[in-house]
Design a protein around this ligand. Structure first.
Ligand code: UDP
Length: 495
């Protein structure tokens, strides 16, 4: 192979891969990073987004110029997600996408697979969606599943039929019952409780289509050509071993954002990674970085609940008072539309932002509130940040691990309940305050994280950050797995 700009030049027509994420921020971010990693290895990638997110990505990011350096290797397409434009696509309502995509997107997806040129050699589809495996199978294209959740939650979903068979589900209700230990998730015995199961398991109705859909999509991964996971063995090794006994070809290549950052840095050592690699579906407000510059090292608790969480005003008030009472500096970022307008209201009307009266009542230099969206990775990497109060989304968890920042976990739904338990009990990188959103609890855990256990949690977080960075080096497990995945995809090229 010839070399130019550090990157090998292709000597033959590259294999053509379609990457198809579930239409939500965390899924798009990690799968777009994978797309860039594949382009860096001279694979041709078509990135298929929902029309809705395709427009937002073009509007709020420099995705076009980011990928312009891969001429003839990167293409973007949109496809209908089946929901009206004014659907909120957040909170529990994000689940509506599963139904609408099955009825509207699925037939369009089949047409696309048949008509796209050059023909596809491989589809990498979000393993949370069940239909791409069937559809691509019908037209003879191998499908690799990519799960954007952690291995621990993937494995928990995988085990749910065993939990039901053993009578460990449904959860019968009541606080004591929520603390009952689960025994049928191998590798998680002794610490995984009912309250730590994915939030869909909290309902009594185990035939609920969303729970059933998630379990069957997860089980389907063992039938896919291979499974890609955004994780690394130093973090989730024992669970990966469990999954491997069902999904024989498995590529843990995470943390993907750090993997990409490392590769780009090796190619262009002088270039700072910045918002140019953003995949935000909201406009980024960078003013908080200036405010952080004026704060002492590791003094600020960063608070952000991600792209889907919808919060009750009461919870916001409890968190606010807990933060104020802890007397710690904080930067709280609230996405527009992330507060239920009124309790009990239809969340189509989630238009409210942070309650202004709270901020006005507590003027001060020691906190900043942003009603919007910030460049999170840059915030976490900022030296003034000493902790993160997070909803425990998987991307946020990995970004925080790489930044070496300890966490307070307040999970909202889906995989977050599992992630927060592993963060606190297994990796011991933070404190889990799930189901206890009260000001006294907030004050206590913030003081514990930022003051009392600062050294202990900080040094453990620094150690895990080092392991994460090592994993994505050329000799690291994720580095080697990515190379093996790329070779595998090359071998799929149709003659
Ligand atoms: N994010 C961001 N700015 C924000 C809030 C979130 O850039 O103000 C990014 C964050 O860095 C992460 C993603 O949005 O990459 C959220 O994904 P995650 O899996 O953590 O949670 P989700 O939003 O899917 O619940």
């Amino acid at each position: 192979m010839a070399e130019s700009d550090g990157r090998p030049l292709p000597t033959t027509t590259p294999p053509h891969v379609l990457i198809f994420p579930f239409p939500a921020q965390g899924h798009i971010t990690s799968m777009l990073n994978l797309a860039e990693l594949l382009c860096l290895s001279n694979l041709r990638v078509t990135f298929l987004n929902s029309d809705y997110n395709h427009r937002r990505l073009l509007q709020f990011t420099s995705v076009k110029s980011r990928f312009a350096v891969y001429p003839e290797l990167f293409y973007m397409l949109g496809i209908a997600d089946g929901l009206p434009t004014d659907h909120p696509r957040c909170g529990e309502q994000i689940l509506d996408l599963f139904e609408s995509m099955r009825s509207v997107t699925k037939p369009l997806f089949k047409d696309l697979l048949l008509s796209i040129r050059p023909p596809l050699d491989c589809v990498i589809s979000d393993g949370g969606l069940d239909f791409p495996l069937d559809v691509a199978g019908e037209v003879g294209i191998p499908v690799v599943h990519f799960r954007t959740i952690g291995a621990s939650c993937f494995w928990t979903y995988f085990c749910i039929p065993d939990l039901i068979e053993a009578g460990e589900l449904p959860v019968r209700g009541g606080e004591e019952e929520m603390d009952r230990l689960i025994t049928k998730v191998p590798g998680a015995e002794g610490f995984l409780r009912c309250r730590d199961l994915p939030s869909l398991c909290r309902g009594r109705d185990l035939s609920h289509p969303y729970l059933q859909g998630m379990v069957s999509a997860t089980r389907l991964s063992s039938k896919a050509y291979a499974l890609i996971l955004n994780t690394f063995p130093d973090l989730e090794g024992p669970i990966l071993t469990q999954i491997n006994s069902h999904c024989h070809k498995m590529y843990p290549i995470g943390p993907i954002h750090e993997h990409l950052r490392t590769k780009l840095k090796n190619l262009k050592p002088t270039q700072e990674s910045s918002s140019s690699s953003s995949s935000s579906l909201w406009e980024e407000d960078r003013t908080c970085l200036g405010w952080l510059n004026g704060q002492p090292p590791k003094s600020v608790l960063y608070v952000n609940f991600g792209s889907i969480t919808v919060m009750k005003p009461d919870d916001i008030i409890e968190i606010w008072h807990g933060l104020i009472n802890s007397k710690q500096r904080f930067l709280w970022v609230m996405r527009q539309g992330s507060v239920v307008a009124e309790l009990g209201s239809n969340s189509n009307s989630n238009t409210s932002t942070f309650p202004e009266e709270l901020v006005k009542g507590y003027p001060g230099e020691e906190h900043m509130v942003v009603s919007g969206w910030v460049p999170q990775k840059e915030v976490l990497d900022h030296g003034a940040v000493g902790g993160f109060l997070t909803h425990s989304g998987w991307n946020s968890t990995l970004e925080t691990i790489v930044a070496g920042v300890p966490m307070i976990c307040l999970p909202y739904f889906a995989d977050q309940q599992v992630n927060s338990r592993f963060t606190s009990e297994v990796w011991k990188l933070g404190l889990d305050m799930k189901d206890a959103c009260e000001r006294k609890v907030v004050e206590k855990v913030v003081t514990e994280l930022m003051v009392e256990r600062r050294e202990e949690l900080g040094s453990r977080a620094a150690r895990m950050a080092e392991l994460a960075r090592r994993s994505v080096g050329l000799d690291g497990s994720s580095g080697r797995n990515l190379e093996a995945l790329i070779e595998d995809i090359r071998s799929m090229r149709r003659s």
